[in-house]
Design a protein around this ligand. Structure first.
Ligand code: ZN
Length: 428
């Protein structure tokens, strides 16, 4: 359902976007006066960085616009990955973006018979909630526009009343709703597909959400951003984190950050994106901030659009204990066996303690008092799963490891995105 373009066809499309981009003062200053002649010349064009985009976007600057200021849709990227950036597109470009996303949902089996619960945040110029409205309209499915901004008990009540077959939200919210449904003692009825965006969803989270919400199918809604639109979609064969490129819509390059050269299959590099459809404010060779690698094998689904695997964010905030990086997944794995007592929504608080540090794992629970019974077992499991934490506790440079159950919904979320803040590091 997604068109496939060969690299040559993509290059032609990139050139016509280049022509559009040259109408904007920003790109005229930035690019050579003649069109790039081949892929090598294209790869020599400067990379657009986040900060540059922030400094040159509407309304601060009109430098990147190629059309008169009218008929725009303005949206903002979420604040979690640094400074929020504003992006404008025309209504026609917005429709085109939604059409791409609708295709991705059709591939997941969403049909007009589906009832789609939209549990995304609205407000803050965030596009997701409104995009889902237009996407569901294009699919001719039924739309239940709930938002995530109402009391979660109410979200669950709507779901019990209408029995949606598809639910769209962020993993933090799905985990929270699963916690509440389990607390109420009854999973949802009729929910098939959980389609998420904004964060990755771990296998442990999927198992938890299956228990609480009764969902059987879990999919990343797409790999997309307000900056650049849809950059990847999943078929039935795509593992978590693997996406097909919509080659008719987006040029994706994976480059070596040191040399700027294109990476071959299996080589890890920076994702650089160029959106063919966004002409009013072109995004050319934008460093989206994610790392990835090309998947060499053709996909068993038969779709000729190439696949890539996401390998995390550039400079993502790992938890460092002295010189060692501790993956946050350790804590999730430690909590998972105790799902009858605690949620998977947790926050790790790191505080200095004289020359050592204290670790406090705060975890939401439907019954924090009863959950106290499993604290020693959780601590033991963390020590068992992570040798560095265990050794640091024994050596005394980790002063204390404490687990603290707190009521559901009380851990801090990012106020604009609703994403749970997983790490609070007070050492700096
Ligand atoms: Zn496929």
């Amino acid at each position: 359902m997604f068109k496939h373009l060969s690299p040559q066809q993509q290059f032609q499309k990139a050139l016509s976007l280049w022509d559009e981009a040259m109408k904007a003062p920003f790109y005229r200053r930035r690019f050579p006066t003649t069109r790039p002649e081949n892929a090598e010349a294209w790869q020599a064009l400067p990379i657009l960085k986040r900060l540059e985009l922030f400094e040159h976007t509407y309304p601060r600057s009109k430098d990147m616009l190629t059309v008169p200021e009218e008929g725009f849709f303005i949206s903002a990227t979420s604040g979690t990955s640094g400074t929020a950036r504003y992006v404008v597109c025309t209504h026609a470009e917005w429709e085109a973006f939604c059409a791409q996303q609708a295709r991705a949902l059709r591939l997941m089996g969403v049909t007009p018979r589906d009832l789609v619960a939209n549990v995304f945040e609205a407000g803050y110029l965030w596009p997701s909630f409104l995009a889902v409205h237009d996407i569901v309209k294009q699919l001719n499915a039924t739309h239940l526009p709930i938002t995530s901004m109402i009391p979660p008990e109410r979200i669950l009540k709507y779901c019990r009343e209408f029995k949606p077959t598809v639910m769209l939200s962020i993993p933090t919210m799905f985990v929270f709703l699963a916690d509440l449904a389990l607390k109420e003692g009854a999973p949802l009825e009729g929910l098939r597909l959980v389609a998420f965006a904004g964060e990755a969803m771990t296998e442990a989270q999927k198992a938890h959400i299956a228990r609480g919400l009764g969902a059987t199918q879990f999919r990343a809604l797409a790999y997309s951003s307000a900056d650049a639109g849809l950059m990847g979609y999943q078929c039935d064969h795509c593992q978590s984190g693997t996406y097909h490129v919509p080659t008719d819509f987006q040029l994706i390059e994976i480059i070596d950050p040191l040399t700027g050269k294109a990476c071959g299959p299996g080589e890890k590099g920076d994702l650089i994106v160029t959106n063919f459809a966004q002409k009013s404010m072109p995004i050319v060779r934008y460093e989206i901030g994610d790392l990835g690698t090309w998947v060499a094998e053709p996909c068993p689904c038969g779709d000729p659009n190439p696949r890539f695997e996401l390998l995390g964010r550039i400079g993502s905030d790992d938890f460092k204990l002295y010189a060692t990086i501790i993956p946050m997944s350790v804590f999730e794995r430690a909590l998972e066996p105790f799902h009858e007592h605690v949620s998977l929504n947790f926050n790790l608080l790191v505080t200095p303690h004289e020359s050592a540090v204290d670790l406090t794992l705060r975890v939401e629970s439907a019954d924090p008092e009863a959950a106290k019974a499993v604290i020693p077992a959780i601590v033991a499991r963390i020590r068992e799963l992570d040798v560095v934490i265990n050794a640091s506790l024994e050596a005394g440079n980790l002063h204390a490891l404490t687990v603290q159950p707190v009521p559901l919904g009380t851990l801090e979320r990012n106020p604009s995105t609703g994403k749970l803040i997983r790490l609070t590091d007070r050492r700096h």
